[in-house]
Design a binder for this molecule. Sequence first.
Ligand code: SF4
Length: 140
Amino acid sequence: MSTGRSNLLTVRAHTLLCLQGFRGEGYSPAFVENMGAIHRRLSTDPKTAVRVIARPDEICSACPHLHPDGCHLKGPGFEAAMNRQDQAVMARLGIAEGEILSWERSFAGSPRASKGAISTRSAAPAPGCRWGIAGKGSMH
Ligand code: SF4
């Protein structure tokens, strides 16, 4: 579904959950600044258009773990594990890769979340998570 908005934000699917649990912590000052700005933007304007992807996104762009071949959080090749997390979240939320929808319809306050299809409390944290809410919710 296109929202018809031009200020498109790309978010990898499992980061939809990470954004829900963001508490101002992260891998580096630049990462926190970037993710904080995106979090504020989405909180301020829930109608922001979001393209859901299964590869590095605008949050990854400021992450010290991003390499040319993707996420190296747990070492070379870890992008494949992150991609599997993205695929699992998209399957649970019923979102196709590349789909564009507003933030509020992608997750925040959406019927998908309220029906308990997936949430920051039910989602399994990704291996290596070190800044999620008490180890729950964040998949980074
Ligand atoms: S840890 Fe990996 S998936 Fe998470 S923001 Fe960094 S590069 Fe992206």
